[in-house]
Ligand binder design. Sequence first.
Ligand code: ATR
Length: 286
Amino acid sequence: MAAGLIRSGDDKMADQYAVIGNPIAHSKSPLIHAEFARQTRHDIAYGHILGDPDDFPDTVRRFFAGGGRGMNVTLPFKGRAWEIADQRSPEAERGGAVNTLTRLPDGRLGGDNTDGVGLVRDLSLNHGFALGGKRVLLLGAGGASRGVLHSLLATGPGALVIANRTAAKAAALAATTATDRVEGCGLEELEGQDPFDLIINATSAGLGGDVPTIPRDCLAPGGWTYDMFYGDTPTPFLRWGREQGAGQALDGLGMLVEQAAESFFLWRGTRPATAPVIARLRGAGR
Ligand code: ATR
């Protein structure tokens, strides 16, 4: 789509988008999408909505009934958004989670999940990590892991191990992939396994200031660590990676911006440049 000021039918009104979550005040999505809109000269308004777990479907429906064009969904509502979507992309369908809702031309709601694309694009395009053939360890078996698992698998890692505090959940998640390249186990079962080229944290342990307990020699010499979470100060897992001497210890800021860019692309048909937005947020946060 050519750059230019794009307006909705009513040319006084910008197209309405929002992110919904709880909590939501900390969300960087409004800032990221405002940057994308400025850069691509699209006329959009992007706000944030504090979701109420008791009223989530009605809040979403009200937003779209009022003319909303698209919505990002963050914790803890990605599963609820999956239920609400009338039509789901394969990524959303497989992951059981939706982070992007789009009003379709017929008024129904489309559900996508751009988290996996965001993670893979950040690792491979922004940082030059070639996932093909690598041994990858994915920590956690909750919604965050489920949402990125199939995108990771599609990059062709040599092995993908899902390790979780509760081993049965990891085994169940691994079984959804129906390939023997993916194995699920408990954290303690990592002892003695061949080291990994990349360890990705998809557990919520960091929210409580913790790091999942994994053996020290899990990381191959020069291997990378990636925390899917991001904070204005270094996350516990990012610090852990640095302490292990990781080739690169990354946080989830790049993924956050990349998943937003993929949502923007789905809504607006144009892909914004992410590097300047990542740099800007990095400069503002540290
Ligand atoms: P969501 O689906 O929203 O991601 P979740 O299902 O509660 O939330 O998943 C959180 C993930 O973080 C789980 O893999 C959880 O491990 P368990 O399945 O054993 O609960 C993991 N997790 C949370 N706190 C953790 C901690 N302190 N150490 C290790 N893993 C932790």
